[in-house]
Design a protein around this ligand. Structure first.
Ligand code: AMP
Ligand code: ZN
Length: 443
């Protein structure tokens, strides 16, 4: 890749990712997903199964996968009959645009980072990139999981493009598998993006899309649903797939005591037919003759990789559960206040808010809870119930306010709570779970 071309292309990508000033789908998300794909390739050992060209395709697809994202969902494009929805016939509207627009950039000679590929390599890379980016459309999620699960039960090798698509899809929704601080911030950024879409929908007289009504969305509860229905199954499938592909490579390499043990690995499932695999650059950074290279197959520990991921996902879910209790409480308080003919005093409401904050200032593990702002996000008073000073007191009392972006603070200050009180918990939970599942698929 000619370096000047790479620089021009990367700069143009950054401009495109910044076009709509999205809180979530911006250049940092692109960098985050690209880095995560890189991490997965190294730590699962899957890079030893992939050719040089396929590794390039993975990194490239991750980098462009949300290029020029509008900050609105496919469904919004379809409902508003936007130009891209018309152009792509309502099918994976955004994802089609991301790949197409990124390739259009490379039509300019100075941005053509693929100029030195042979015709065949260029075609192969393009085909992989298109398949991977289109697979980030959440509407294909359940089918993708089902197909891959089925593949794992067969004796044949795993399809390369399918495995690569799963890696990109997993990286794309990987923030719940990262530290709470990161996961929390990404979630709030996404919620703000959804809420901005909700604001647009309200202005256009459209119905709110799921999770887009800033007045009634229960963030913590939606996250539990997202983790249960989407994230856990995806990462469980990812690690199972990596195991099926990589374990035979490790066995083979250790048996033959391949000097490279990671530099000349070849797929025993027979999936690597391309001689390119042999001339793939290893990711080794140091070499002592090949017996112990930094990212060799010998250093791959899939069990730790899996355990670590699952532990983090579980821990994050627990944090959301704690916050969901508060969210529920706050919601009910808001409702009760409303029911009392809206004659409750500010002091009462403030007292309840303070109580909730005090009660929840300690996490179950004894550590201080991370930003309480998620509670405040929903506790922020209904404008009909509160005056300015009240909501100000509320937001200012958040000790973690500094953790929020301006956009998120804006949400806090304007985000009233509005929802139905809970009567039958069990049925409600079931209904909610189904609704969440539908909401997540739709978005
Ligand atoms: P992408 O738009 O390519 O980033 O695809 C990932 C999609 O997953 C996002 O657009 C969201 O719809 C969804 N998603 C990611 N993280 C979350 C989350 N924490 N809660 C709900 N949906 C999420
Ligand atoms: Zn994405």
């Amino acid at each position: 890749i000619p370096v000047p071309n790479l620089i021009s292309f990367a700069e143009a990508l950054e401009v495109g990712y910044s076009k709509y000033k999205n809180p979530y789908h911006n250049l940092i998300h692109a960098a985050d997903v690209t880095q995560t794909v890189h991490y997965i390739m190294i730590h699962t050992g899957i890079m030893h199964w992939l050719t040089e060209l396929e590794i390039l395709a993975m990194i490239f697809a991750a980098a462009v996968h949300d290029y020029e994202h509008t900050g609105t969902t496919n469904n919004f494009h379809i409902q508003t009959r936007s130009d891209v929805a018309i152009l792509y016939n309502d099918r994976s509207v955004l994802e089609n645009h991301h790949v197409s627009a990124a390739y259009r950039l490379m039509q300019e000679e100075e941005m053509n980072i693929l100029a030195n590929l042979t015709k065949d390599d260029w075609r192969e890379l393009r085909s992989l990139v298109i398949e991977m980016v289109l697979s980030t459309d959440m509407s294909g999620h359940f089918q993708q999981i089902k197909t891959m699960r089925h593949t794992l039960q067969q004796t044949e090798g795993v399809d390369k493009a399918k495995a690569m698509s799963l890696i990109l899809h997993a990286a794309d929704i990987s923030h719940p598998a990262k530290s709470w601080e990161l996961h929390y911030r990404w979630t709030m950024a996404l919620m703000e993006e959804f809420f901005r879409q909700g604001d647009k929908e309200a202005a256009l007289g459209l119905q709110f899309s799921p999770l887009c009504d800033r007045k009634s969305t229960l963030v913590a509860q939606s996250q539990i649903g997202f983790i249960d229905f989407i994230v856990e199954p995806t990462f469980s499938l990812l690690t199972d797939s990596m195991e099926k592909i990589v374990m035979p490579l490790i066995e083979e390499a250790s048996k033959s005591e391949s000097p490279a043990f990671g530099t000349h690995s070849q797929n025993s499932l027979g999936a690597v037919s391309n001689p390119e695999a042999q001339r793939r650059p290893t990711f080794k950074s140091t070499s002592d003759g090949g017996t112990h290279t930094e990212n060799s197959l010998a250093t791959v520990d899939l069990t730790s990789f899996k355990d670590n991921l699952m532990k983090i996902i579980q821990a994050n879910k627990e944090r959301w559960k704690e916050l969901a209790v508060e969210e529920e409480l706050v919601k009910n308080v808001g409702e009760q206040e409303k029911d009392q003919s809206r004659n409750s005093t500010d002091a009462q409401l403030q007292e309840e808010t303070t109580r909730i904050q005090n009660e929840s200032s300690q996490g179950s593990d004894g550590t201080t809870c991370p930003p309480r702002s998620i509670v405040l996000q929903v506790v922020s008073f209904d404008t009909s119930l509160s005056d300015e000073s009240n909501s100000e007191k509320c937001t200012n009392s958040d000790p973690n306010q500094k953790d929020l972006t301006d956009a998120q603070q804006e949400t806090q200050n304007t985000d009233p709570l509005n929802g139905e009180p809970k009567h039958c918990k069990k049925t409600e939970d079931l209904v909610k779970a189904t609704e969440q599942k539908e909401a997540l698929i739709q978005n």
